[in-house]
Structures are given as structure tokens and as C-alpha cells.
Ligand binder design. Structure first.
Ligand code: NAD
Length: 344
């Protein structure tokens, strides 16, 4: 029996999650829901995803735009076991009552506060916390990136102090209403919300985060300084640990990848190669030359593709909720094989 899934909110995250679910052998994408017609609504239909009208939208508005819908969201709710809610920040919480009333489970995104769900989720870090849950929240892009790195560092060497400076992209490439288009904007809230968010997964982690927003759309970059409790012998051991972990992509000297422009060019080049889903980069990106151990102090940079990093996590969240896989590694392996996600 496949788990039947609806995706509510078909924007940056929702459309990618829908494509990923459509490839899973143990899941069925029953339909997707949107409030407004437009090119993304047409894209759903082109891909054969039944399209439903959600929120304040009306079938008439879709019809006027020449887009035929399969029905209203309530009808989709009647056919699914779980909804992946990828609506904008705070709307997921409003939708929760609908899911409760319909008796369906839900996976929320990182734009919602943690208490919307029974647990916050990251596959590498706390897969088992998702098992059997009715409501889960996949943490945001930056928190996902940090949680994955923590899943490498914490169990092996322990962390006694972790400082992260997040250099955040201003907005997504498809968005034209946000900025800055020039200048650097510090997030004056200290620590930034990312550190506390990581602690929804690692409650004891001594992490402090600070953020600035810069005029780029491609990716975020994290500058990390971690004091390890029982440090490894050398930098090479640190690099090997990252490279041996799923969902990490390490670039080496000679790859010609100096920064995020080349990372995303590399990603676009791989679209359609093997089972690689698209020109996205759902892995944590590290530069081998940008990893260094100095005594107990580890330093590394990592780049995070905000539009796609949470996509495999949503797939694993569903698998954990319905206990579809033997364990964390089996779920990650299946997701990554179907989406063409490599380890270095
Ligand atoms: P988005 O604006 O790109 O897409 C949201 C979609 O939901 C749009 O299609 C919109 O029309 C639709 N929508 C709006 N109101 C709705 C309603 N009431 N019911 C159903 N659909 C509705 O947003 P996004 O960037 O995909 O973000 C979705 C969630 O994912 C947020 O919680 C966000 O914080 C989180 N997230 C975003 C990113 C990112 O970088 N874009 C990364 C990680 C997590």
C-alpha cells in the first residue's frame, strides 16, 4: 500500500516536493493545491498532477485563466493520508485545523513555529523522532544545513561551542519583490533565530548564530567555527567524515568551484544526468580547502541551496511518519537514489 499524499501550496518548495514524491515507489502523489492560477498551476497540469483550488482561490478564477482544476482542496483532503503543507509562513498553522478535521496527517515547513508540530525533523539528525507522528515540521533551509553538519560532528567528536555566521541570500531567484538589491543588511536580533531552531532538534547544542543578508539569490553560505570536545587527529579525518555522509557534496582544488556561482552552474549541468531531478543542489556544499582543524577548533564553510535542501527531508519525513523504512539510512538511501542525490 502506498501512502497517498497531497501537496498544499505549489510554489518554490511545494512544486519541488511534489516532483520528488512522484518518484517514490512507496508514495502516491494524489494531487496538488494552489490558491492562484499562473504558470506554476499550468506546470502542475503539464506534469499530470491533479490540481485543486486551495485557500481563498476559486475554480472560476482558474477557469478564467484557462486552467482546468480537479476540484476544491476539501476534495483532495478526502483522498489522502497526509498533506505536505508548503504554503507561505504562518498559513500552515491556519491550515492545521483543516487537517485535524479531515483526520489526515501533515508535514509543515520551517516558516511555521516549532509548536505547530509534534516534532521538528531532519532525516540525518533525528529520523526516529518522526516515527509514527501525526504532525511533523521539516526545519528551514539554514537549520537543515546546520542540523546535517551537526549529525556529522556531534556523535563523532562532541561539540563544546559552535559559532555560525550566516550570509543569507536576499530572496529566491523567482521572486522580484524582496531585497536588498544593494548593500548588506545585518539581522540585528542576536542570536539569530537559527540557533534556537537548531535546538528544536539538538536541545543541548551550544550553538550561537548571527546573520547578514546580501544581494544574491543563488544560495546561503555559512561560516562555521566549532570547538570539538574530542577532536579528530587531523583535518583529513574531518573531511573524510563529511565526504562519507549522504547529502554532502565536497568540492576539491581543481574542480574550478570558487563560490556559489559555480556551485549552481555545476547543479544545472547535472540536471537530467542519471536520476538527477533538476538543476537544484539539495546537498550541503563544502569546499575541501575550506575545512580546517586547528587543535580542537574546526572551521568550515558550507553553501546551502535554499530552494531544494529541504526537498529530500520532506520525503523522509513522510516515510518516518508512516514507518515505511527499516531505519534512517534505508529511507535516506531510497530518497537519494530516486532523486539522484550523491554523496561525494
Ligand atoms: P512560495 O511563496 O514560493 O509558495 C507558496 C505557495 O503557496 C504559492 O503557490 C502560493 O500561491 C500558495 N498559497 C498561498 N496561500 C495559500 C493557502 N492559503 N493555501 C494553499 N496555498 C497557498 O513559498 P515557499 O518559498 O515555497 O515557502 C513555503 C514554506 O517553505 C514556508 O514555510 C517557507 O518558510 C519554507 N521554506 C522556504 C524556503 C525558500 O527558500 N523558499 C526554504 C526552506 C523552507
Amino acid at each position: 500500500m502506498k501512502v497517498r499524499i497531497g501537496v498544499n501550496g505549489f510554489g518554490t518548495i511545494g512544486k519541488r516536493v511534489a516532483d520528488a514524491i512522484a518518484r517514490q515507489p512507496d508514495m502516491e502523489l494524489v494531487g496538488v493545491a494552489k490558491t492562484r492560477p499562473g504558470f506554476e498551476a499550468r506546470r502542475a497540469i503539464e506534469r499530470g498532477y491533479p490540481l485543486y483550488v486551495s485557500g481563498a482561490g476559486t475554480p472560476e478564477k482558474f477557469a478564467a485563466a484557462g486552467t482546468k482544476v480537479a476540484g476544491r482542496f476539501a476534495e483532495l483532503l478526502g483522498q489522502v493520508d497526509v498533506v505536505v503543507d508548503a504554503t507561505p509562513e504562518d498559513i500552515g498553522r491556519e491550515n492545521k485545523a483543516l487537517y485535524e478535521k479531515a483526520g489526515v496527517r501533515a508535514v509543515f515547513q520551517g516558516g511555521e513555529e516549532a509548536d505547530v508540530a509534534e516534532a521538528s525533523f531532519n532525516a540525518l539528525a533525528n529520523y526516529d523522532a518522526g516515527r509514527g507522528k501525526r504532525f511533523l515540521r521539516v526545519v528551514s533551509c539554514n537549520t537543515t544545513g546546520i542540523a546535517r553538519a551537526a549529525a556529522v560532528l556531534v556523535p563523532r567528536w562532541g561539540v563544546s561551542r559552535w559559532d555560525v555566521t550566516l550570509v543569507r541570500r536576499a530572496t529566491d531567484p523567482g521572486e522580484s519583490k524582496k531585497g536588498p538589491v544593494d548593500g548588506i543588511v545585518p539581522t540585528l536580533e542576536m542570536p539569530s533565530h537559527h540557533g534556537p531552531d537548531v535546538r528544536t532538534i539538538y536541545p543541548e547544542l551550544p550553538i550561537a548564530t548571527a546573520a547578514v543578508v546580501v544581494p544574491t539569490t543563488l544560495m546561503h553560505v555559512h561560516v562555521n567555527h566549532v570547538r570539538l570536545t574530542r577532536p579528530p587527529a587531523d583535518t583529513a579525518e574531518l573531511v573524510r567524515a563529511f565526504a562519507a555522509t549522504p547529502r554532502f557534496q565536497l568540492f576539491r582544488a581543481g574542480d574550478g568551484v570558487d563560490g556559489t556561482p559555480q556551485v549552481m552552474e555545476f547543479a544545472r549541468d547535472r540536471a537530467g544526468v542519471g536520476s538527477r531531478l533538476s538543476g537544484d543542489m539539495p546537498e550541503n556544499v563544502l569546499w575541501e580547502r575550506g575545512v580546517r582543524l586547528d587543535g580542537a577548533d574546526a572551521y568550515f564553510f558550507q553553501a546551502i541551496h535554499q530552494e531544494s535542501i529541504v526537498v529530500p527531508e520532506n520525503v523522509d519525513a513522510v516515510r518516518a511518519m508512516f514507518d515505511l523504512a527499516k531505519d534512517r539510512d534505508a529511507s535516506i538511501a531510497l530518497t537519494d537514489r530516486t532523486l539522484g542525490i550523491a554523496r561525494s
